[in-house]
Ligand binder design. Structure first.
Ligand SMILES: Nc1ncnc2c1ncn2[C@@H]1O[C@H](COP(=O)(O)OP(=O)(O)OP(=O)(O)O)[C@@H](O)[C@H]1O
Ligand SMILES: [Mg+2]
Length: 247
């Protein structure tokens, strides 16, 4: 374990391009353990690219990614639960077997059935466990996708816009559960466009054009504007303007 052992994630000076398109541009970020950490930024800012890199699906052309104190590798990938922005569910399998697939993959052994039941109850899909995924609504697919990411109780969760399409009641339930996970030491990295999600996060990073333009607690970022009653949108614009002034 290196000096970063106390961190869930440390990203230093990472570049990534899709062909000629620079999606991450010298991006650096630190995520403590046991927090919900929000990635905020406009469409195309690089949130999904960063999450896919943390999940080990993309490799930086330059820079380093450290996960739970270890360099990113197939082994560190096993300590994460990843919920993609576009759900990757098996349409030919039932709700139950989609989640069970992950319990097998992570070798959960005897605890399997109980864990599948726990997470399906959590996302309110236990009664639908025998249904084919093809018969679920969009929000239900979203909930199932989250259940798949949670089932092996990883110390780090990567959730790419997990609350899109959720009704307000379920969104609140998710956040209650995220808080419980945080209290057990689980770090949750969550991308979102909603200020409701952002306000629940212990820490946030503002992304723009493949860079982190600010990182801190929501109250800290709002206070930096120097204006009473500033919102997180105000804070984002404040940091964008600061960057433009400097550049
Ligand atoms: N598979 C791909 N091939 C080519 N370019 C891509 C690909 N995926 C993303 N990009 C480009 O990389 C940049 C960052 O995209 P990314 O999906 O990381 O943004 P994002 O912050 O997640 O946006 P959103 O809020 O819309 O989900 C964008 O300019 C996008 O067009
Ligand atoms: Mg995205």
């Amino acid at each position: 374990m290196g000096a970063q052992a106390g961190l869930a994630v440390e990203v230093v000076g990472v570049d990534f391009s899709y062909g000629g398109l620079r999606a991450l541009d010298g991006l650096s970020l630190t995520v403590p353990r046991g927090v919900s950490f929000g990635l905020l930024g406009p469409n195309g800012a690089g949130k999904t690219t960063l999450i896919r890199m943390l999940a080990g699906l993309l490799h930086p052309r330059r820079g380093t990614v450290t996960i739970l104190g270890e360099p990113s590798s197939p082994q560190t990938a096993a300590s994460m639960g990843y919920m993609p922005q576009l759900h990757a569910l098996y349409g030919e399998l039932s709700v139950f077997h989609n989640v069970d697939f992950f319990t097998r993959m992570y070798g959960l052994g005897k605890a399997r059935r109980q864990r599948v039941e726990e997470v399906l109850r959590l996302v309110g899909l236990w009664e639908r466990r025998r249904d084919s995924v093809l018969h679920l609504s969009g929000g239900m697919k979203q909930r199932l996708s989250l259940a798949c990411a949670l089932v092996h109780q990883p110390p780090l969760l990567l959730l790419d816009e997990p609350t899109v399409g959720l009704d307000p009641e379920l969104r609140a339930t998710f956040w209650e559960h995220f808080r419980v996970l945080n209290s057990k030491g689980t770090a949750i990295i969550i991308s979102s466009h909603t200020m409701d999600d952002a306000a629940h996060c212990g820490e946030l990073a503002f992304l723009r054009a493949g860079k982190v333009i600010a990182q801190g607690a929501p109250a800290q970022l709002r206070a930096a504007t120097g204006r009473q009653g500033a919102t997180l949108e105000d804070a984002f614009l404040y940091y964008v303007r600061q960057g433009l002034d400097r550049g």
